[in-house]
Design a protein around this ligand. Sequence first.
Ligand code: AMP
Ligand code: FE
Ligand code: FE
Ligand code: ZN
Length: 283
Amino acid sequence: MPGPIDLHTHSSVSDGTETPTQLVRAAVAAGLGTMAITDHDSTAGWQEAIATASGTGLTIITGMELSTNYGPASVHVLAYLFDPLDPDVITETARIRDGRLHRAEKIVERIAADYDLTWDDVLAESSDGTTLGRPHIADALVRKGHVPNRSAAFESILHWRGGYYEKYYAPSPLEGVRMIVAAGGVPVLAHPATYGKYRPMDDSVIRKLTDEGLFGLEVGHRDNTEDGKARLLKLAKKLGLEITGSSDYHGAGKPNRLAENSTSPEVLEKLVARATGSQPAYS
Ligand code: AMP
Ligand code: FE
Ligand code: FE
Ligand code: ZN
């Protein structure tokens, strides 16, 4: 479909504030041609998104933002058009979501020693099966009046150096890329230059991921620094990686607006051609 291609969005299946139905309606209203639904570590929104998009002209690319750990750094891998019934994907994402749940409980326990906050407050900000994360704790903190919004929560209480932080289980980027490729999917490194000069992954590691089937780098993302984007563009050229651009829309949970960054039709075409696990849902 003509219209912008946005390959990174979140629904309330993870930490977006809109249900998959509301997310798709927002994408249609924004005039998108293609939208990927990429909730953290979950495919639970796929069916609802496809059903809602049916007949609207919006193409849905089914996807996920897979959590991985690279030493102390959390590295996000966008995974497109993989087989959602792949046993390894099912087992591994369930393990990550379970780890996130217990990790969130730990963080809340620590916060509760200093602030009026209960586990039930956090559960009230999510629904059954949601991939729980700090954004849901942030929403509970906002509701209790401890902070004005999510961003403020992340800059203080929920900051990784804020005194309450806890990590959660995730595979390595290499394991993640291998798993997605084995499931017929297409992996793209999400916002790989978020922290300016701080490089969680050296070029040599990205080269190794490329050998394992990494398809591209999400260069167009508001959190990538300008220096970082220039470095990524050079690296992509050197390694033969594709370039994507996306919004990372979270509804009201972040200022990011749909299609504020987008991907070229040529790159989308290559991505779709590479995938063997799922097909785009054209409508
Ligand atoms: P977690 O995976 O639970 O550690 O939480 C990280 C998630 O929080 C990411 O997926 C982001 O979407 C979200 N996030 C990070 N920083 C912010 C922020 N400043 N405002 C809103 N959401 C944020
Ligand atoms: Fe998120
Ligand atoms: Fe991310
Ligand atoms: Zn994201």
